[in-house]
Design a protein around this ligand. Structure first.
Ligand SMILES: NC(=O)c1ccc[n+]([C@@H]2O[C@H](COP(=O)([O-])OP(=O)(O)OC[C@H]3O[C@@H](n4cnc5c(N)ncnc54)[C@H](OP(=O)(O)O)[C@@H]3O)[C@@H](O)[C@H]2O)c1
Length: 307
């Protein structure tokens, strides 16, 4: 059992957050978490966390609440739903939450001496790597949709520069109940539609939400820096889509949208590029091992989980 810490969580009610809060509590940590609605507060309390009703952007209130905490886990995002993924307006909200939210947390953390921030980021900040493996030494691609994630990363690094520990976790594409796009892909698979975004030979790096949550717990003990949180065996997009249909025992009759997704240009590049991302650095720094070694395992698990 790790040393029990006092942890403040932002984004604890989201797709990944709903797995992270119980994982932290079950590891013996004392968790307080932002709740914006009574329903969220009740869900967090049921998971063993103390709900806190303040604004993510209110530095004074944050500093007050953060006093005495050892670490912050920031997973607050406002990623557009799949239906609004191409909308610039919908992305502006996400940019505000990621950029201003992470800045407010950094300011409040330094004001009251919180020593560690674990910041959620995405593996999609890497440039298209074709079939080559990508590790943390690869510089990010500062395309418009990536800028807010990179700004949040910078706020974590500012804590390191100020003498604390800023840890950035670049997650692969989530798989699991509650991650909207993976629900949609599995629903399409049940109708014999294999979802492929971009060239089918490109790679996609995935992570089951349970493994993502376990990585957040492990990240409370790693040195400052950037770590990729992906499974062991990224699949090609063709195999990823085929694995989703296999998980629900169907055969793919239609492959969509495929290369046509490239027409989305820079608005869809985060999903159409080829990303064969390595988790070696995080695995060397921790004893974390993904339970679901590839998306094929994750799809199988998701297909049998309760909706
Ligand atoms: N990495 C990937 O896999 C990837 C790629 C593409 C798409 N997606 C999709 O995007 C979602 C990503 O999951 P996620 O957990 O990162 O995001 P999410 O499920 O959208 O959760 C976002 C979290 O941030 C909080 N939040 C949003 N606006 C806030 C604000 N103004 N102040 C304070 N908190 C705020 C939300 O709180 P409330 O509950 O109060 O709203 C929630 O806790 C998934 O549904 C997934 O399908 C993920």
């Amino acid at each position: 059992m790790p040393t029990p810490l006092k942890i403040f969580v932002a984004g604890g009610t989201g797709a990944i957050g709903r797995y992270v809060v119980p994982a932290l509590v079950n590891s013996g940590h004392q968790v307080s978490a932002l709740a914006r609605t009574p329903a969220s507060a009740a869900a967090l309390a049921a998971d063993g966390a103390r709900p806190v009703d303040i604004s993510l952007f209110d530095r004074q209130a944050l500093a007050h609440v953060l006093t005495g905490h050892d670490a912050i886990v920031n997973m607050a995002t406002a990623l557009p739903s799949t239906a609004r993924f191409l909308s610039d307006k919908a992305w502006r909200r996400n940019e505000y939450v990621r950029i201003e939210g992470s800045a407010a947390l950094f300011d409040a953390a330094t004001a009251v001496g919180v020593g560690r921030i674990v910041q959620e980021s995405v593996a999609m900040v890497y440039p298209d790597g074709g079939a080559a493996w990508i590790d943390e030494s690869t510089g990010p691609d500062r395309y418009p949709r990536a800028v807010c994630s990179l700004a949040a990363e910078d706020n974590a690094h500012r804590l390191t520069a100020a003498g604390g520990t800023g840890v950035v976790l670049r997650f692969g594409v989530f798989c699991g109940r509650g991650a909207e796009h993976s629900e949609l892909i599995l629903a399409a698979a049940r109708k014999h539609i294999a979802t492929v975004l971009g060239p089918p030979s490109g790679f996609l790096s995935s992570i089951h939400l349970a493994d993502a949550a376990a990585a957040v717990v492990a990240a409370l003990e790693v040195p400052a820096g950037v770590y990729n949180i992906v499974d062991d065996e990224p699949l090609t997009k063709r195999d990823y889509a085929r694995a989703a249909t296999a998980a629900v025992h169907t055969r793919p009759w239609l492959w969509a949208p495929g290369r046509a997704a490239l027409l989305g240009g820079r608005r869809l590049t985060s999903l159409t590029r080829s990303l064969r991302v390595s988790n070696k650095r995080f695995r060397a720094a921790t004893d974390w091992t993904p339970r679901y070694r590839s998306a094929a395992d994750a799809w199988r698990a998701m297909a049998t989980e309760r909706t």
